[in-house]
Design a protein around this ligand. Structure first.
Ligand code: PLP
Length: 434
């Protein structure tokens, strides 16, 4: 079935006992065993079933199956936030001494995880100087455990050449992990282009309403861990924290996601609540329709800003003069997401005056809500970075990031127009035209 249908149906059949059509919320911490032997079989992963909601929960399982099917993966693990998903995705591959090679344009907190937090545990984030396949290839060595990029970078909106970067990673014998939060599987399915692991902040477009944090790791099932016993011993040697299990042997194609669950979710417990899984499932049902409107509105807003004399620059990858335009055609069928940045004339001060004058568009740090949102990355999401790191991530002092929502387009544009007028001491352009 197509993604529009999977978003509504995948992972759930009406409940056999109650025939409930909506996914039930299983608000339970634990599950009764039929006998001591049944409990032991569950703990040995010899029989399917639930034992404790830190490891798996029936409501959350529906969400995991749905996100896995939407991405074309073989399994998924849902966790409490996008950051928890990224943390587990990295440490599931890299131990002390390992490194993760990344493009430089990343969401600020992911950059911090790779540049400050994981290094304290002996895992190094290596940042390429650019997002070209050669920039990435240069940094891979025998200690590299994965290559990482965001399919559409937050906030720069840059599009990664996933197929070429996957090829570079695979040539060196390492998997490609991609964060597909901004594109969602509606605009792009990275596994179709060679990604091995897909990570999501479900908090954004998939959940879609700015109510609920959540994250997911999707396993493509394509990376052959058994082929690389020295680079990935954790998948190929007995795990003494789990009855000597060898993950690649026991789970085959789902070894990556099952190890993430059995080791990291079980012992570190970044658990998504069943209620939040339910809310995220509600959001996902309409993601295909919402993405269509997000993309259409964003293009109209970008065109309005491009044609406005009060605006200095607009970085919208859907315009033919963007260096990412060919990749938008190749990977996104011309749909340049709803996230982009721009700067107004008058630098930082004019930018702040504009930002403070917004009435409909909300000032905050979030993306992917049905509501239109604006953020000043240099003072918020990217403030931990040096000026040079900010520049590499596509953040200038005056940069405003917009996440365009699904309101009526005329209301969004009128708000931008009046805020530009306030900041520049001019009349609103639309009023002048009437
Ligand atoms: C691309 C991307 N990945 C991951 C995250 C982190 O997600 P969460 O806030 O759910 O932890 C964000 C948050 O903005 C993001 O934009």
């Amino acid at each position: 079935m197509r993604n529009e249908t999977l978003a509504i149906h995948a992972g759930y059949e009406p409940d056999p006992t109650t025939h409930a059509v909506a996914v039930p919320i299983y608000q339970t911490a634990s599950y009764a065993f039929d006998s001591a032997d049944h409990g032991a079989a569950l703990f040995n992963l010899e029989t399917e079933g639930y034992r404790y909601s830190r490891i798996a929960n029936p409501t959350t399982s529906v969400l995991e199956k749905r996100v896995a099917e939407l991405e074309g993966g073989v399994g998924a693990l849902a966790v409490a936030s996008g950051q928890a998903a990224l943390h587990f995705a990295f440490v599931n591959l890299a131990d002390h001494g390992g490194n993760i090679v990344s493009v430089p344009q990343l969401y600020g907190t992911t950059h911090t995880l790779l540049s400050h937090i994981l290094p304290r545990q002996g895992i190094t984030g290596r940042f390429a100087t650019g997002d070209q396949p050669d920039d990435v290839a240069r940094l891979i060595d025998e200690n590299t455990r994965a290559v990482f990029c965001e399919t559409i970078g937050n906030p720069a909106g840059n599009v990664c050449d996933i197929e070429a970067i996957a090829e570079v990673a695979h040539r060196a014998g390492v998997p490609l992990i991609v964060d597909n939060t901004v594109a969602t599987p509606i605009l792009l399915r990275p596994i179709d282009y060679g990604a091995d692991v897909v990570v999501h902040s479900l908090t954004k477009f998939l959940g879609g309403h700015g109510t609920t944090l959540g994250g997911a790791i999707v396993d493509s099932g394509r990376f052959d861990w058994a082929k690389q016993p020295e680079r990935f011993p954790a998948f190929n040697q007995p795990d003494h924290s789990y009855h000597g299990m060898i993950y690649a042997e026991r789970f085959g194609a789902t070894a990556y996601v099952e190890r993430a669950r059995s080791i990291y979710q079980r012992t570190m417990g970044s658990v998504l609540s069943p209620f939040n899984a339910f809310l995220l499932l509600q959001g996902i049902e309409t993601v295909a329709l919402r993405m269509e409107r997000h993309v259409e509105n964003a293009r109209k807003v970008a065109e309005f800003l491009r044609d406005d004399p009060r605006v200095a620059w607009v970085n919208f990858t859907g315009f033919p003069d963007s260096p990412y335009y060919p990749l938008v055609q190749k990977y996104l069928d011309g749909r340049a997401s709803s996230l982009f940045t721009f700067g107004i004339k008058g630098g930082m001060e004019a930018g702040k005056a504009f930002y403070d004058s917004l009435k409909l568009i909300t000032r905050l740090v979030n993306i992917g809500d049905a509501k239109s949102l604006a953020c000043h990355p240099a003072s918020t999401t990217h403030r931990q970075m040096s000026a040079e790191q900010q520049r590499q991530a596509g953040v200038l002092p005056e940069t405003i990031r917009l996440s365009i929502g699904i309101e009526h387009i005329a209301d969004i544009i009128e708000d931008l127009d009046q805020a530009l007028a306030q900041a520049s001491g001019s009349q609103p352009r639309l009023a002048a035209a009437e």
